[in-house]
Design a protein around this ligand. Sequence first.
Ligand code: GCO
Length: 396
Amino acid sequence: MALQFPNGFQWGTATAAHQVEGGNWNNDWWAWEHAEGTPCEEPSGDACDQLNRYDSDIALCAALGFDNYRFSIEWSRIEPEPGEFSLAALDHYRRVCASCHEHGIEPVVTFHHFTTPRWVVAQGGWHTASTVDLFLRFAERSVAHIGDLIGKACTINEPNIVSFIGYQMALFPPGLTDDALFNATNENFLAAHERVVPILKAGPGDFPVGLTLSMTDYQAVPADDVGALAQRDATRAMMEDRFLDLARNDDFLGVQVYSRMRFDARGILGPEDGVPTLPMGYEFYPQSLEACLRRAWEFTGGSVPLIVTENGIGTNDDDQRRDYVTQALRGVLACIDDGIDVGGYTYWSLMDNFEWAFGYRPRFGIIDVDRPTQRRTVKPSGEWLSRVARANALVD
Ligand code: GCO
């Protein structure tokens, strides 16, 4: 198998506003971090201060040889009160996009990455249909201001995770376990994606638009057991299928994969004996990326090009990170060899950052951040991934 990636294959890294900017006090996550009795290990605080340090972070990303930087714009900054838009915040994100262009990398802009303004939540939040219209208004106003500088747009990041972890597991805001609200939230996210695509494509600017979906390598154990397959398929239907259906006609589908989940006929099995687990609780399982790319491609009948918009590992062992990415990239190459259209690989994350309820403990970055000083240090895995990106090949 060739270790060279096709010409034009795009290399990137990703972050999200709330995980790196700092001081995002006006959204539901900040409130959740500070509320009594939530599972949050610590508040986000100043995060990586990227609000102020975006230019040097983007310069670093470019210096490492990446083609793009994926980041999100923060709704609660842009629209701090209903209908009240902050030109200063919009200008800020314009400068972030411009900084990418100045450093020769493409801005990949996510319009919703997990966080929602407090006032939207007070009006009902994502389980309420009117939130869709509020989101569309925010997106329309934002694209009017920065659209000409956008390289690619991601509509909603992992809507399936926001709904599942927020409305079934009670670990993300609003911290509920409620089937009706879970379903309503999914419906609203589906509608929001479908309706925001034409708004973003209307410009200004002319850029591809897609959804970024969390996928998991769901496995039946044993692989031919009818009961286990039924469990697996029910979970796939709930977590993936309706979103994959929706993405069929988009410009691209962002595939985001971290691990696998196994089922027997009774339900979820824990990690397999002998397979290492990570600080997030799931297995070290880099093979999951290939499996999910193949499933996305088969499910959509090859109708939508794929981009890996997130893949990575939270670990303190930087050799383990390199091992994980090496195996994941071998899977990407195998997919490409089989004719699957995978246009790029985005490592999560550019830097160690706020990992939601887990706080700053899981370290996903190829850049270490010493938060008291905000000093950035490229890890050996980052130097290696930089060589891979520059060579456009899986090098040692
Ligand atoms: C996601 C999340 C990221 C996480 C990452 C690691 O899109 O899944 O957006 O915010 O930090 O997945 O768990």
